[in-house]
Design a protein around this ligand. Structure first.
Ligand code: ADP
Ligand code: MG
Length: 699
């Protein structure tokens, strides 16, 4: 036969039955290399072979002996083949379901070696569907089995785990020497990692628990290291090839900007502003995530960055996820900048076509300084004259592909492309593991803590039968001059048992407990003018209670609003609930959040519990990660990256930290991975992440 290589088709491997080779091929394992990469999903303890009298129920046993009796019994689907196996010490009952044909193979006098899980059956032990081997009386009996760990492989109907194990064993010794290690001996030793060859041997043929754990650790580390190398390589590449306008920052500019703000920045905001000012003064494009809980004051920090751009005659853009939020930002920033020279515009899907065309022309001509709009709109169509700072507000979804790709229009042919500094703001902090994984290329600043004078929001969870009580108390508060939001999951009624809907609830409240109060509806289907009108009246205190959909989820900032009631709260995600609750508790008055709901699922119950227990978005984000699991968040769908096979973000945090540190140092030392010793590593990295991270052409 030809010498074994990793690409040798399994069909050409002597010792592997063509039928098995075909079954493996149809599982996506056509050759030796793929088969070795097919890892066990778990391990079974197999006891050493013993006399039948010493077998214990509940364990995976091995025994051998002679068949003394057999019979086929039962009818139809219950048909089974039974046999009695005896040795000098005792008797073991065997039963195979639906395998009556075995009577032609096994009969009184056959010698058998069997394995399976022993169960107590009356006075004796029974093994159902045991694996067996018929011992040939004409040759020497095989040696006794030792206790060992047995790999259990993902299998199919065409080939079971045992058969896969046998095929793996057939190629393992020949294949392992063919596997090159992309990590050198010193590097591995310092991290107590086995060689790749050893790791695969430990996983396929472990001699102890420690073995397969150690093998797993190596492969998990490799996965994490590759991703981190990819992410850092991309970052280094961007830093080399892109430039951003360096913005001047001095005491005069700082003082001028601060004088504009209606309040003194908190020390936490100051720290983040210092990070930003340092970043923006460089020609390296900034890529910074600003995370701060709902209400922590991210807008002021964003405004500081935008004013740094306009102070140096550049443009800035603020991108919001919803039109309502863009409108709110436009209003509040307009009022802060009233009387200044800064020229400001709002551009959303609701902007009329004629106005839109003229705004686009002004933006391109550099006649507007700050543009506020929605994410999609600004990234797709707008050409800037000289965009220096782009702020993406309330970015909830995290993905390497979702970073804005804004380019200024001023680049001439042959010049290095100019890109804006990008600041991404989020109130939904990313769990630490996820952040490190996806945003290895992003700097992070955190505003921890709220502006002074806030009292924490009191949250309670109540069942729908207490609704009348909730609205009675709401009425009392409204009469005392406080303001409230009531959030519902749907606008129209579509069925009787559907979610609480805005129209029905509003009618009932207006006719019942809130009769005489000033109530208004707010939702996404209203025209922009109407929406602005309603928000304006609510802000001015001319409306007592807004009944709204989740359009108010982000950004709405009315400090006098103190009560948030959420109907069918169990229908909302945790991040969403926390955002909604963040609409109250923005002033110095005590605020309350009432979650009305009767969770029908375990996860729903956990979410409401978590909300009642903490006000911290950071704690909730970790909780959310726990409830939904890393798979949900780290799926290909969200991140655009291939998922891990071995690494598990919920338990490999330490490994991830190590990989991240190692990758950062590595790329510092060798940004293109072009050293002679890095050939294998680079090849594996490109194969896995070249395309998804867009680093295929780096170096
Ligand atoms: P978020 O981080 O959720 O975007 P905002 O920027 O909307 O928070 O700020 C929440 C509220 O806190 C706003 O009413 C804002 O005016 C106020 N605020 C922000 N910073 C300060 C500060 N340093 N002192 C007092 N109030 C502040
Ligand atoms: Mg905000």
């Amino acid at each position: 036969m030809p010498t074994l290589v990793l690409t040798t088709p399994l069909r050409d491997v002597p010792g592997i039955h063509p039928r098995d080779a075909d079954a493996l091929a149809s599982m996506g394992l056509p050759n030796v290399g793929r088969l070795i990469a097919h890892l066990p999903m778990r391990y079974e303890h197999e006891e050493a072979e013993t006399g039948i009298a010493d077998l214990e129920p509940g364990r995976i046993i091995s025994a051998r002996g002679e068949i003394t009796a057999t019979r086929v019994s039962g009818m139809g689907r219950k048909r089974r083949f039974e046999a009695v196996l005896c040795d000098e010490t005792g008797r073991l009952d065997l039963v195979w379901f639906n395998q009556a044909y075995l009577r032609d193979k096994i009969g009184p006098g056959s010698r058998l070696r069997v394995q399976g899980t022993a169960k107590q059956r009356g006075p004796g032990l029974q093994v159902a569907n045991p694996r067996f081997e018929i011992l040939d009386p004409s040759s020497d009996e095989p040696a006794e089995y030792d206790a060992r760990l047995r790999p259990v492989y993902p299998a199919t109907e065409a080939i079971n785990s045992r058969a896969i194990e046998k095929c793996v064993r057939t190629v393992l010794d020949g294949a392992l020497p063919l596997i090159d290690d992309h990590l050198d001996a010193d590097f591995r030793r310092a991290r107590e990692l086995p060689t790749l060859r050893d790791a695969y041997r430990m996983l396929h043929a472990p001699e102890s628990e420690g073995d397969h754990q150690s093998g797993r650790r190596r492969l998990a580390y490799d996965e994490l290291l590759l991703l981190q190398l990819g992410v850092h390589m991309k970052r280094a590449h961007l830093r080399r090839t892109l430039t951003a306008p360096p913005l001047r920052h001095d005491d005069a500019i700082d003082a001028r900007i601060r004088a504009r703000l209606p309040f003194t920045l908190t020390p936490q905001q100051d720290r983040v502003v210092a990070d930003i000012a340092r970043d923006l003064s460089l020609s390296t494009p900034t890529n910074r995530l600003i995370q701060g809980d709902v209400g922590s004051g991210k807008t002021a920090v964003a405004l500081y960055a935008m004013l740094m751009a306009t102070a140096t005659d550049h443009q800035a853009a603020l991108l919001a996820p919803t039109e309502l939020l863009a409108e709110q930002h436009f209003l509040s920033i307009s009022s802060i900048l009233e009387g200044s020279e800064v020229r400001l515009a709002l551009l959303t899907g609701s902007t009329p076509a004629s106005e839109r065309a003229s705004l686009l022309a002004q933006i391109e001509a550099g006649e507007l300084d700050i543009v506020i709009g929605t994410h999609a709109l600004l990234t797709e169509t707008v050409k800037f004259h000289s965009l220096a700072v782009a702020i993406i507000d309330e970015q909830h979804r995290f993905g390497v592909h979702q970073r804005a790709h804004l380019r200024t229009h001023a680049t001439k042919a042959g010049e290095t492309p100019v890109t804006p500094h990008v600041l991404v703001m989020t109130a939904t902090p990313i769990p630490r593991t996820l952040g490190m994984t996806l945003f290895g290329d992003l700097d992070v600043s955190t505003i921890d803590g709220l502006p002074p004078g806030r009292t924490p929001v009191k949250t309670s969870v109540v069942t729908p039968d207490r609704r009348p009580d909730v609205y009675q108390r709401l009425r009392i508060k409204l009469d005392e001059g406080e303001q409230a939001y009531v959030v519902v999951p749907a606008i129209d009624e579509n069925s009787d048992d559907g979610p609480t809907n805005l129209r029905t609830l509003m009618r009932r409240l207006e006719e019942g407990p809130l009769r005489g109060s000033r109530v208004a509806a707010l939702h996404g289907r209203l025209k922009r003018d109407t929406r602005e009108h309603v928000m304006g009246r609510f802000r001015a205190g001319l409306i007592d209670c807004l009944i709204a959909t989740t359009v108010i989820e982000v950004g709405v900032d009315v400090p006098n609003a103190t009560i948030m009631i959420i109907e069918d709260a169990d229908r909302f995600g945790l991040a969403q609930l926390h955002q909604l609750r963040g609409r109250v508790g923005r002033g110095d008055k005590p605020s309350a959040c009432v979650l009305i709901g009767e969770p029908t699922t375990e996860d729903g119950r956990k979410r409401l519990d978590a909300m009642a227990r903490t006000n911290s978005g950071f704690v909730l984000a970790e909780k959310d990660f726990e409830i939904r699991g890393p798979g949900e968040l780290f799926g290909t769908r969200q991140s655009g990256l291939p998922p891990f096979q071995v690494a598990d973000l919920s338990r490999d945090l330490e490994l991830l930290e190590m990989a991240r540190r190692d990758a950062a140092e590595w790329i510092d030392r060798s940004p293109r991975l072009n050293e002679p010793g890095e050939v294998t590593l680079r090849r594996r990295l490109m194969k896995r992440y070249g395309e998804s991270l867009g680093i295929g052409d780096v170096g």
